[in-house]
Design a protein around this ligand. Structure first.
Ligand code: SAM
Length: 287
């Protein structure tokens, strides 16, 4: 990618990367063609190709000079370039080995380290070390939700999150517990901080164009869990409660809590999971 990998030679002979243009639709098409690539549907490959949207995402992620950013699913490097241009150091984790040569060309000379790995099985503690990181991710929804919940629970070094997901998934993640849209991801994510939908992204800015609308969800991790309760215990109750979300709690939580214990926690046994706010979940988890 000669036109992208521009460098300036300094007095001492060292090479400093010049700012380079963000990826546009013709450039993404050219990258795919020149590397003989077909976007994989199974891996949810829809590549961003609109510089204005890329800049908006970087801004909403709050990424600036000196930040360490983990990008999960960098693809061809559309967002990676935007993150590097904002002055961040980027760790880019991509599962598809066929994309790695193109991605390597695009970010050549920038402060970007590429890991060819599945984000679900990466040794995160080893990669993150003692630093604090921001996460930017644009992933297929079947990977995104479990991965976010898993990493929130296991990696406190990931302090702020900006994820792009399909609208329904993002709205579920950001739903406030106790409201009708709320589900398992809403309550489990709320344990670590309140997720918010901070923007939407039109299908038009991707190549190929996905069939769904996307939203941007931001979550800043609270220094302490938002409720005083054991996370594993909470997760068991929440999965049981929403696993049978039409049932009253005395039915859905049977085997975990008696009707008497639910009532003693100040929760009506006739309520349903979606009616409980975080405090109520906390009281049940401590019961
Ligand atoms: N970030 C790029 C962009 O915005 O143009 C690409 C986004 S594309 C929607 C999703 C990317 O995630 C693809 O590059 C895909 O190969 C990658 N991916 C899918 N599952 C993954 C996983 N388990 N671990 C790491 N990367 C994954």
């Amino acid at each position: 990618m000669g036109s992208l990998a521009v460098v300036r030679e300094e007095g001492g002979g060292s090479l400093t990367p010049l700012p380079r243009p963000l990826l546009t639709r013709p450039v993404v098409r050219q990258l795919l063609d020149s590397h003989g690539l077909q976007p994989s549907r199974a891996l949810g490959q829809n590549f961003l190709c609109e510089p204005g949207t890329i800049e908006k995402i970087v801004r909403l992620a709050g990424v600036g000079p000196g930040d360490r950013v983990v990008e999960i699913g960098p693809g061809l490097g559309s967002l990676t370039l935007g993150l590097a241009a904002a002055g961040a150091t980027v760790l880019a984790v991509e599962v598809d080995k066929y994309l790695i040569p193109a991605l390597t060309d695009v970010v050549d000379g920038l402060d970007v380290e590429i890991r060819h790995a599945d984000a679900r099985t990466l040794d995160w503690a080893h990669e993150l070390g003692d630093h604090q990181w921001k996460v930017v991710a644009n992933l297929p929804y079947n990977v995104a939700t479990p991965l976010i919940l898993d990493l929130l629970a296991s990696q406190p070094a990931l302090v702020s999150w900006l994820v792009m997901v399909q609208r329904e998934v993002g709205e579920r993640l950001a739903a406030v517990p106790g409201t009708s849209l709320c589900g398992i991801p809403s309550v489990l994510a709320s344990y670590w901080g309140q997720a918010r939908v901070v923007g939407s992204v039109s299908a038009e800015v991707f190549l190929p164009r996905p069939r769904v609308e996307s939203v941007l969800v931001r979550l800043d991790r609270s220094p302490e869990p938002t409720i005083d309760a054991d996370f594993s215990r909470l997760a068991v109750l929440v999965r049981a409660g929403f696993g049978k979300r039409r049932k009253m709690l005395r039915g859905s939580l049977a085997g975990l809590l008696t009707e008497h214990e639910i009532a003693a926690a100040g929760v009506a046994p006739t309520d349903r999971a979606e009616q409980l706010d975080m405090d109520a979940w906390g009281r049940l988890a401590r019961a």
